[in-house]
Design a protein around this ligand. Structure first.
Ligand code: NAD
Length: 380
């Protein structure tokens, strides 16, 4: 019997370009299952689609139309596919699809970017580091400060005297708030934060370390260590299992997260959450719009599906839904079901397309949620 509706969540989906619409459609299949089960619990979940990126340029003349932004600002959470593609490559930087992504991150004030790196069952041999077992770390990247946003930023001179300037600026408050995100996450995990900086060279890094040390005083139960970014790049390859939560400023986090994508060995399965203090979080798979496989039902939707799991946890406060979606993904993978990018040609493997992968995860999710309801027990 359906309970009276006690909670209502409205989401915004931004499919974007290339494989974005395909992975979002597969995720919607999983979301429909979650929605039907949640309704029985008295929780209403609904969503609407809006345009961003190249699709928005074509339809509305800009990469982030005002109606997309206002819908996103009024939502409980925002799930984005990917933006960009060769069609829009000749546009000026501020007019390109990627400008829409930077603008929505800034407008939603999502300053902390969470990127879990986990080796999923059956995908261990996909990592180039065959010896890696049990990798499970969370990278927390500062997303709205540092070198990517600092002023001045300029080009001058001509010929042999061309000159370029970028500026790295951090204010104490920007470091403090993202450090709290990392320490809180470590409390829910294995209780360790590794803060990354370049204190031997950069003034910003010296401030970074000072402020992170201060914040750590409020979390005596969490262990804090510091690593210089260059040695961290090496350690992530040598012993990624040694880390729990890794905290980094914007550019260092950008570089280390792609390195982790390589360590995990499959871009298509990696999810991310960008969160701030209030308002909706922005959730997206870390891959791009993959124009080389767009429209062919080849894209792996697991990164997008796992991003929905992060949305359920961080924006809807439904961690049991997140755990159930993650369990459904693991269940499907352990049955040997693979999209082409993660296929290994081993016996018993079943290669499926984007759509079927979404349907299989949805079925596995339905089974586990219905079992939960049948048992009427509290999940996890
Ligand atoms: P990409 O992530 O789109 O693709 C890199 C490689 O990984 C390609 O071979 C692609 O086929 C493969 N791949 C990516 N996602 C996959 C998936 N889900 N399943 C299977 N294979 C997958 O990176 P790129 O080629 O450097 O960029 C293509 C476009 O995407 C560019 O326009 C770029 O600006 C844009 N981009 C957007 C975002 C974003 O929206 N957040 C991020 C990165 C790149």
């Amino acid at each position: 019997m359906t309970k009276e509706t006690a909670e209502t969540h409205q989401l915004v989906l931004l499919p974007g370009d290339g494989i974005g619409p395909e992975v979002i459609a597969a995720t919607e299949t999983v979301m429909r299952t979650a929605r039907d089960c949640l309704r029985l619990e008295g929780i209403a979940l609904s969503w609407e689609r809006h345009q961003i990126g190249g699709a928005a340029i074509d339809a509305a003349g800009g990469p982030l139309p005002p109606e997309t932004l206002s819908a996103a600002q009024g939502a409980s959470g925002v799930l984005l596919g990917a933006v960009g593609g060769p069609k829009w490559d000749a546009l000026a930087p501020q007019e390109r699809p990627e400008a829409g992504l930077l603008a929505i991150r800034r407008a939603l004030s999502v300053y902390a970017n969470l990127r879990p790196a986990t080796l999923l069952p059956g995908l261990e041999s996909h990592s180039p580091l065959r010896a890696v077992q049990g990798l499970d770390l969370l990278l927390v990247r500062e997303l709205t400060g540092g070198l990517y946003f600092g002023e001045p930023r300029e080009r001058s001179g001509e010929g042999a005297s061309r000159r370029a300037v970028d500026t790295m600026v951090y204010h104490e408050g920007e470091i403090r708030r993202v450090a709290h995100v990392a320490f809180r996450a470590a409390r829910r995990r294995r209780g360790k934060v590794t803060s990354v900086d370049k204190r031997n060279v950069l003034e910003c890094s010296r401030l970074w370390r000072e402020v992170v040390e201060e914040v750590s005083q409020e979390y005596p139960d969490v262990e804090l260590e510091h690593q210089l970014v260059d040695s961290m790049a090496m350690l992530l390859v040598l012993q990624p299992q040694a880390f729990d939560v890794v905290l980094a400023e914007n550019m260092f986090g950008d570089i280390l997260s792609d390195e982790l994508g390589g360590v995990v060995g499959s871009l298509g399965v990696m999810a991310s959450a960008s969160i701030g203090d209030e308002g909706p979080g922005l959730y997206e798979p870390i891959h791009g719009s993959a124009p080389n496989i767009a429209g062919k039902d080849l894209a792996n939707p697991l990164g997008a599906i796992l991003s929905f799991a992060m949305l359920a946890e961080h924006s809807l406060d439904l961690p049991w839904v997140a755990r159930a979606v993650e369990a459904a993904v693991k269940d499907v993978l352990s049955q040997g079901v693979r999209t082409k990018d993660i296929a290994q040609g081993t016996p018993g493997e079943k290669i499926v397309g984007t759509r079927e992968m979404g349907e299989r995860v949805a079925r596995a999710l339905a089974q586990s949620l219905h079992t939960r309801q049948a048992l009427n027990e509290t999940y996890f």
